[in-house]
Design a binder for this molecule. Sequence first.
Ligand code: SAM
Length: 245
Amino acid sequence: MYNFFIDKEDANKNLRYVKGSDYNHIKNVLRMKEGDTVLISCLNKSDLCKIISFGEDFVLLEVVEENYNDTALPLSVYLFQGLPKSDKLELIIQKAVELGVDKIIPVQTNRSIVKIDKKKDNKTARYNTIAESAAKQSKRNSIPEVIPAITFNEALPLLKDLDLLIVPYESHNGMEGTLSTLRELKKDMKVGVFIGPEGGFEQKEVDTLSCLGGKVISLGKRILRTETASITALSMLMLYAEINL
Ligand code: SAM
């Protein structure tokens, strides 16, 4: 079933309005008709809606079944991603959205090969387009945001809003901490996952995150690529939460 995202201004009681490129897609590409049904996602929920009519530049629908497709994780997940090369970040964004992440914060750490150029941020719009496409494909109830890349120090104040910060570190040994950290997870928690870039973390970065309450864990004996580590850590979190919370 097709899934479209609308702003809260386009939802009025049990009526929904789809406009813009999605209007054109429904009308002229999918050639949908009155009576056809689609999923409309708005305000973190997805309702089953039936097409009532087509206006000049909008589709009018009414809600048939609220919360028809609740795909949200039982907790909020924020990925702090050590800034990797751009193509890797695109893959990480796509997989992180499929795995239920709520927000992606690219972070320039000391060993990030790619450096932030705030004057020339021509990538964030593309990254959010990738997030929207992945959210549609994976039937998310909302579109996770990718914010413009920030420095390690700029990321630190954002950590205080978290209930738990998980720091997979390539030099950390033993899996006991990994299991005990997972066991700390509770429903509705705000959980951060901080992954280093291709060059990895510097020890002083890990020490800083640890001092802020970050749980330093191992993802196993092998050294994973940054994209593999992000996907592994988010998959572990998602599966544990879906099974236990
Ligand atoms: N340059 C580092 C090296 O060669 O040892 C590897 C860094 S790794 C490519 C990028 C990030 O993935 C790490 O900073 C860490 O966050 C995560 N990572 C990779 N393997 C890991 C492991 N076995 N345990 C925990 N984290 C890992």
